[in-house]
Design a protein around this ligand. Structure first.
Ligand code: F6R
Length: 597
């Protein structure tokens, strides 16, 4: 949800550094992009609507130089994606340039006040009030830093803001409710919404907290409070390589990340599972025991949360999954529940609002996240990392598998007496079973056969219901085709009216028990309406008799089977989108990290 980059001390490579950073942040938004540089002379800005290539093309005709710079890639909130609405935004004198991620809630009132004072605006954005406020501060005689601080003090809402001002060799930074991290290197300082933007240059990072300011200049960097007092920050080292954020020869990040799942799952399991002893230990949680759990999450993470709630319930822990935006506005009675925010990014505004509301009401909180140092990880009482590595494709894939795996581990580790050698063995085999699917899947052929369908439906029962929801979400996101996930038993209560010979139904059928038999009953119902049936199955039942296509998964237990079925569905969506020529890594209207409510 908008990406910010900035750097000081890069000399001749300032523009290249900004453009490299933006290419790594495009997953956060890709409606428009822009840069601002300050050198010995004046401020220079270039910005363009469209993806980063539009900006690259525009820069070919410009000779932009400077030793200090900021850049932005946008996911529109206020105003459509036009050149004028692209960041950076400037003041009337063209001396101040600002990039912003978040929403300034009181912008209209500030804009009215500034316009009454003679300021002229070029865009429809909320952001543009900031450079004008800074301009007003400078005109009143404040120095650059004080003018910046005074402007920030006027803002309500969420923001990560970076600013350059002609005549200074500094980048001024402020954070409230939107992520910002500094990258520290000898003589060079970077700032970004996320580490991959500068990971190529340094692995040393400083995470900014809400309410903190930073000033980056050629002498180094300083973080301070609203009152201007220096804050001592610890410099941390990130663990992933710059290579982890590249495509490694795959056509799309999404495909690369689907194929990275075996490795991601091994990382998640590593050092946490003692197969001989039959125990699971999550060191970061100590001897925490879960007695009642509320899981809060959005999108794909909500599907993982719904899967996790079922695991916990099966082990005797009352657990419920909630959409985080619903939970934040009307939380159910928490009683003694621990509230677990499930979030890949750890920055999703809806989920942060839910965990904050839970804390406000005195509940213990936990972040189950991929992102070390994320806001949720830092704010919650406990954190459990899924260790999937950076995920760049906007559609979540390997992190969903990582969340499901971590939720299995969490259940086994925190519900005493439930660790079961069979489940542990199945978890151990999970990475190789995923690999087998990746090696042998017939998903591309199925995608090909069904490419002209009007809509795609996904059904499953129990643990396969969240997987049906996730299968449909992936299909919608990257193919732009209508897709829905249903609890298999619910189909006959209404959705069956949608089923035709042109709406394939993907049914996950695992084992040959009661659930499988009932789901096969639902398969027969759609088959009778001429819908093509794709069975995702371990081959235990006779569902193949009623299916037009079969996507096999290795034999395992129901917990891991649901995860394996999901891999087949990921591949079907990916190949369908590829055949339709969609923008797979950057689907229209979406952004990976949604930092507004
Ligand atoms: C879908 C997807 C989104 C996210 C959702 C929550 O592929 O990626 O639905 O799952 O925006 O994001 P996190 O997990 O970062 O809280």
């Amino acid at each position: 949800m908008c990406g910010i980059i900035g750097c000081v001390g890069c000399g001749d490579r300032t523009l290249d550094t900004l453009m490299h950073g933006l290419s790594k942040l495009e997953y956060r938004g890709y409606d428009s992009a822009g840069v601002a540089l300050v050198g010995d002379g004046s401020l220079q800005v270039e910005k363009k609507a469209g993806e980063l290539d539009e900006l690259r093309a525009a820069l070919e005709d410009r000779d932009l130089s400077g030793t200090v710079g900021i850049g932005h890639t946008r996911w529109s909130t206020h105003g459509p994606p036009t050149d004028a609405n692209a960041h950076p935004h400037r003041d009337c004198t063209n001396n101040v340039a600002v990039v912003h991620n978040g929403i300034i809630e009181n912008y209209q009132e500030l804009r009215d006040e500034l316009e009454d004072g003679g300021h002229e605006f070029d865009s429809e954005t909320d952001t543009e009030v900031v450079p004008h406020l800074i301009e007003a501060g400078l005109e009143s005689g404040l120095d650059a830093e004080d003018a910046f601080r005074k402007a920030i003090a006027r803002l309500d809402g969420s923001f990560a803001i970076a600013c350059v001002i002609a005549g200074t060799k500094s980048v001024f930074v402020a954070r409230n409710d939107s992520p910002l991290v500094l990258g520290i290197d000898d003589g060079t300082t970077y700032l970004a919404s996320d580490v991959p933007a500068f990971r190529k240059y340094t692995d040393k990072v400083v995470y900014l907290e809400d309410g903190e300011f930073a000033r980056l200049d050629t002498d180094g960097w300083r973080v301070s409070t609203v009152e201007g007092e220096t804050v001592e920050k610890s410099v941390e080292t990130v663990e992933f390589d710059a290579e982890d954020t590249g495509k490694s020869g795959y056509e799309h990040f999404m495909l690369k990340e689907i194929h990275e799942q075996p490795r991601a799952l091994r990382q998640c399991l590593q050092g946490r599972v003692d197969e001989l002893g039959g125990t699971v230990t999550l060191e970061e949680l100590g001897d925490l025991e879960l007695e009642r759990v509320h899981l809060v999450a959005a999108g794909t993470s909500y599907h993982a949360a719904a899967y996790g709630a079922q695991l916990l319930q099966a082990d005797g822990v009352p657990a419920q999954a909630f959409f985080s935006h619903e939970y934040a506005s009307s939380p159910p009675p928490a009683e003694d529940a621990i509230v677990i925010g499930v979030s890949q990014s750890g920055e999703t505004a809806d989920t942060l609002a839910a965990t904050r509301e839970a804390r406000r009401r005195g509940a213990e909180t936990m972040a189950l996240t991929n992102t070390v140092g994320s806001t949720m990880a830092r704010e919650c009482d406990h954190v459990c990392y899924i260790r999937s590595g950076p995920e760049i494709g906007v559609a979540a894939t390997k992190t969903f598998a990582g969340q499901q795996t971590a939720l299995n581990l969490l259940t086994l580790a925190t519900t005493p007496g439930t660790a079961d050698r069979d489940i542990i063995a199945e978890l151990r085999d999970l990475p190789s079973n995923v690999q087998q699917i990746l090696d042998e899947s017939r998903a591309e052929g199925v995608a090909d056969e069904l490419i002209d369908s009007d809509a795609y439906f996904f059904i499953g029962r129990g643990l396969n219901y969240p997987v049906a929801l996730e299968g449909a979400l992936k299909m919608k996101e990257i193919t732009y085709k209508h897709a829905e996930g249903f609890a298999a038993g619910e189909l006959k209560h209404g959705p069956l009216a949608l089923v035709t010979e042109n709406t394939p139904v993907f049914a996950t059928v695992v084992g040959d028990g009661e659930m499988a038999r009932k789901t096969i009953g639902n398969v027969k119902e759609v088959e009778a309406r001429d819908a093509p049936v794709v069975a995702v199955t371990d081959g235990h039942s006779d569902v193949e008799r009623y299916a037009d296509h079969v996507l096999e998964i290795p034999e395992t237990n129901p917990r891991t089977a649901a995860m394996l079925a999901n891999v087949q569905l990921q591949l079907v969506s990916y190949h369908t989108a590829a055949k339709l020529g969609r923008s797979i890594d950057k689907p229209r209207n979406l952004a990976k990290s949604v930092t507004v409510e």
